[in-house]
Design a protein around this ligand. Sequence first.
Ligand SMILES: [Zn+2]
Length: 97
Amino acid sequence: MPMPPYPVICYAPGCQNEAVYKIAARWSDGITGELKTYSLVCKACLPELYRQARIKRDGCRLAAGESLDVPAIFQLDRGERDRQLVRCEELEKQLAG
Ligand SMILES: [Zn+2]
């Protein structure tokens, strides 16, 4: 799904901050794959929504042959949306630990 050209607001209920991170996991059925987006979040809501994404991912029922990676955190830089998303592995480690 292409990103809209306007600022994206954080997915957390009641939060009006601009989203700066994308929480997403790589899904594949063995033939095709896609990045499944869980949330777009601001910095303040990242820990909570990342935690929720991991819970959701663990509860996800997969059909035979399907795989779903652990949710990853990507930086949502304005103007960088057409390029490769930058993964924040250090943040993932901090929040998962
Ligand atoms: Zn927020």
